[in-house]
Every structure is written in C-alpha cells, then in structure tokens.
Write a protein that binds this ligand. Structure first.
Ligand code: ADP
Ligand code: MG
Length: 260
C-alpha cells in the first residue's frame, strides 16, 4: 500500500474485552506482512505501550504531550523493539489530559490534527482506546476512518454495543463524516462453549459482513506475552492466537484493497 495511512480505532467502552491485545497483535501481524504501522496508546493505563516493550515510566514524550501540543508525533514516537512498528506511548499523565483538553479549542480534533504530518509515514495507524466514551476516545474517533470493535461472544455483548454504536453515529453526524464501523472482531472465542457459538451466529445474522471472518481464540500465550513486553504474534508465532492475528491482519489488508 502507499499514500496516506488508514486510521482505525480499536474501541469498546467495556474494559477487559481485548482492545489492547487486538491493537498490539494486529500491529505486529500487519508489520509481519510488510505494512508500516503506528500504534497510538490512548489509554492512561499504558498497556499497549508496555505490551509493545516500551517502558511507560520512562517516556521522553507521550501522547499527552502531543495532545497538548508540547511535542509532535514525530518527536514522541518510539520503535517497539521487537514488534516491528512504531508506538506513541501513554502513561498516567494522560488521565489529566481529559480535564486540560476541555478548555482548549478544537478539543476533539487535536489527535486528528497531530496525525496529519505523519500520515504519509504509515499504511496503518491503530488507536488503542480507553474503556470509556470520554474526550480521549472522542479524539480517537475524530481522527479515524473506521472502528474495529473487539467483543466476546457473551450473552450481554450486544447490549453493551449500543452505547458505542450511538456515539459512533453522533461523531459521524457532527464531527467526522468518514467514520464507520469496519467490523466486529470475535475474540477470546471458545468453540466448546455452546452459548458462544450461538452468540457468534447471532452476530453474523444481525451484522452480516460487518463481522470479520477471522475469529480470535482464547489462547493463554496471548495473555502471557505482555509480561515479556512482546505482542503474542512475536512471543510465540506458532500459537493459535498468534496465527489468528496474522490472519486478521491479512483480512484487514484484503478489505482495504477491495474498498480502494
Ligand atoms: P482491554 O484492552 O479491552 O481492557 P485486554 O486486551 O487488556 O483488554 O485483555 C484483557 C485480558 O484478557 C488481558 O489479561 C489479556 O491478556 C487477556 N486476553 C485478551 N485476549 C485474549 C485471548 N484471545 N486469549 C486469552 N487471553 C486474552
Ligand atoms: Mg486496554
């Protein structure tokens, strides 16, 4: 791919649903198949930063500085030592940005603005959103072309989706007409659980091709990888979860190719 980066938010207002795991492993998967990728950690927990092998306590500059225009993306980005992609890191400091941004002009569009100068450097920008529909998430949604929604196939999964879908609609209508849901990604999937199979089929029936073909299985290697500062795709490439994320990377590239 060439030209300008496609920008995607990985979002779901629930915590612990697999946003960060999806972000870093999709990034590493895309890198493995030759794509230039920037990961933006938009969560003050800094899990995508740490999971990419970058110490969140030792960032020379972070996404916080970028949002407040104290640093450019080019100054603040770092290379994931083993991931094969760049990272704009985050730490606790970012929690304060929420309050500080409120008073600033163009408060929802600051990330979008900041990304313009580096769009030519990448094929993909992946934004790991916090578990909320806050001003930080809004900055992500304003900057993005599309949203990837990781979800577990549980009974209440669909119910939780409606707030996110409404927010995306509002952003689409008022702030960013380009924004669309690219797809729902079924994660932590266990085919032995009948309920999960049923919910998975319901998702397909309701959302059709907005559900990605790739399914990410529950796989302990994906959960172990962050403590080694590596995406699962790099930590244990042969593990089922890693293989699935590389497949997902291929699916993303193929989808964009057909849309171009
Ligand atoms: P979020 O960013 O939405 O809060 P995470 O990606 O941090 O969610 O995932 C929550 C927890 O589930 C983490 O401990 C992570 O390692 C684990 N996890 C995520 N995806 C999988 C998977 N496919 N298989 C096993 N564990 C997973
Ligand atoms: Mg997370």
């Amino acid at each position: 791919m060439s030209g300008s980066a496609r920008i995607f938010c990985v979002a779901n207002q629930k915590g612990g649903v697999g946003k960060t795991t999806t972000t870093v492993n999709l990034a590493a998967g895309l890198a493995q198949i030759g794509q230039r990728v920037l990961v933006i950690d938009l969560d003050p927990q800094g899990n995508a930063t740490m999971g990419s092998g970058i110490d969140k306590r030792a960032l020379p500059a972070s996404i916080y500085d970028v949002l407040l225009e104290a640093a450019t993306v080019a100054e603040a980005r770092q290379r994931s030592p083993q991931g094969g992609y760049d990272v704009l890191g985050a730490n606790r400091e970012l929690a304060g940005a929420e309050v500080e941004l409120v008073a600033l002009p163009q408060r929802e569009r600051r990330l979008r603005q900041a990304l313009q100068v580096v769009q030519a450097d990448y094929d993909f920008v992946l934004i790991d959103c916090p578990p909320s529909l806050s001003l930080l998430t809004l900055n992500g949604l304003c900057a993005a072309h599309g949203v990837i929604v990781p979800m577990q196939c549980e009974y209440f999964a669909l119910e939780g989706l409606s707030d996110l879908v409404n927010t995306i609609r509002q952003v689409h209508a008022n702030l960013n007409p380009e924004l669309q849901i690219i797809g729902l990604l079924r994660v932590m999937f266990d085919p032995r659980v009948t309920l999960q199979q049923q919910v998975s089929e319901q998702l397909r029936a309701h959302f059709g091709d907005k559900v990605f073909n790739t399914v990410i299985p529950r796989n302990v290697r994906l959960a172990e990888a962050p403590s080694y500062g590596q995406p699962g795709v790099v930590f244990d490439p042969a593990a089922k979860g890693a293989v699935a994320f590389v497949e997902f990377a291929r699916e993303m590239v193929a989808r964009l190719a057909t849309k171009a």
